[in-house]
Design a protein around this ligand. Structure first.
Ligand code: SIN
Ligand code: CO
Length: 401
């Protein structure tokens, strides 16, 4: 598929048009983006996930009560919840939001493949919300790009234009609800199942459920802040620097004033920092690692004993296949014609470019991959670290360890 192919999911725009005109710039409403969509989960199933330990879930109640029973304009509570929580909820004006549902539900993870007109490593997660009539999280701004796909019921969306980070928010609650929200004329829509709204970062929005069965799937993207990037890259580079690399001022001119921090000194320090950091090879290694860091570090379960490589290869030759573990992140970068780095879950592993490309795609992980030199050992290592898994429901005897 070329970048100029019209995509129904983008309302007939091509990836090139969407990226050139809308991505990170302005909202786009796409009616019938997923014409046959059905909610991948029922409200009860979503509530079930919200009751599980380690699954990030929030309940947002408008006109709720705090733990002491005092009425609050907005009340946020964090999971895990229990049946009693859901039993006490009123018939309207609340929302349940569950984060990273793609890590737990394969049908939800599959949705991500439709967004492959964007780099996969930009994806953060899929959040799913359920709300009875009146339920919302209030008018707010997110710092990331998001596609809001209506999979059940109706939600009334209103947009309020670009808002800067300093915009006043309602104080005293664990939610960043805007104090002032003015609807941009014409940016006011009711989304039906299959409709999707793309929002760039920093764009005020407010979505209120209009039905008993309102389910919204948020496909969110991540971008490091300069703050995170500088700190993290400096740490990464710092680990490999010899102690002898230091500020140096050989040949300096005699200081006019011994107490002054003069321009020459400042320039030497600036040069040391910029030259140390300006290393494209290190940058690529760090970037791949940081963008494949799993959302939840404890989610990957390493194998207790190393997988025997020969036995694994034999299993694959016999027709078995492996799967990328839900929530695992893969990316790759060629170093030259014969060498590449496969980035997996925050690490970088050397391999050939074609193997790295195949593993970081959605291609099946089966015997065909064994044609690549070093594939069996690499795949066994990925299985050991928990980034690959045997398909759920397979017999234990398929696992050769
Ligand atoms: C929701 O699903 O209720 C809110 C999603 C969002 O505004 O980001
Ligand atoms: Co939002």
């Amino acid at each position: 598929m070329s970048a100029d192919t019209p995509l129904p999911l983008l309302g007939g725009l091509s990836a090139a048009d969407f990226l050139g005109q809308y991505w990170q710039r302005k909202p786009l409403l796409i009616r019938g983006a997923f014409p046959d969509i059905e909610s991948p989960l029922s409200p009860d199933e979503l509530a079930g996930l919200a009751c599980e330990d380690r699954i990030e879930a929030r309940l947002v109640e408008e006109h709720g009560r705090d733990a002491k029973g005092n009425p609050q304009p907005w009340q946020v509570s964090h999971g895990p919840f229990d049946e009693a929580t859901f039993a006490r909820l009123p018939e309207r004006d609340w929302s349940l939001l569950v984060q990273a549902v793609d890590h737990y539900v394969p049908e939800v993870a599959e949705l991500l493949e439709t967004f492959s007109f964007l780099p996969r490593w930009r994806l953060d997660d899929i959040m799913i919300s359920y709300a009875p009539p009146g339920g919302s999280v209030g008018p707010h701004v997110d710092q990331y790009d998001v596609f809001l796909l209506q999979t059940g019921g109706q939600r009334h969306w209103q947009l309020g234009g670009a808002v800067d980070e300093e915009a006043p928010i309602i104080e005293g609650i664990d939610l960043r609800i805007l104090k002032h929200f003015e609807v941009t004329p014409g940016e006011d829509w009711v989304l039906e199942p299959g409709d999707m709204l793309y929002l760039p970062p920093g764009h005020a929005h407010h979505g209120v459920s209009q039905s008993e069965d309102c389910m919204t799937v948020s496909v969110g993207f991540r971008a490091l802040s300069a703050d995170e990037a500088v700190t993290s890259f400096a740490d990464y580079v710092g680990e490999t620097l010899p102690a002898s690399r230091r500020y140096s001022d050989a040949g300096m001119t005699p200081p006019v004033d011994a107490g002054e921090l003069n321009d020459e000194a400042l320039e030497r320090m600036r040069a040391l920092i910029l030259e140390t950091l300006d290393d494209p090879a290190q940058l690529a290694q760090w970037f791949g690692r940081v963008m494949t860091q799993p959302k939840y570090v404890d989610q990957l379960v390493p194998q207790e004993a190393p997988t025997p490589v020969e036995a694994l290869a034999a299993e694959l030759e016999a027709g078995a296949h492996l799967e990328r573990t839900l929530g695992s992140r893969f990316a790759w970068r060629a170093l030259n014609e014969t060498e590449a780095t496969l980035f997996v879950d925050g690490d970088g592993l050397p391999c050939t470019p074609s193997l790295a490309q195949a593993l970081a795609s959605n291609a099946p992980i089966d015997a065909e991959l064994l044609a690549h030199p070093g594939a069996a050992a690499l795949i066994a290592g990925l299985l050991d670290r928990g980034s690959l898994s045997w398909p759920a429901g397979d017999d234990d005897d398929e696992d050769p360890s």
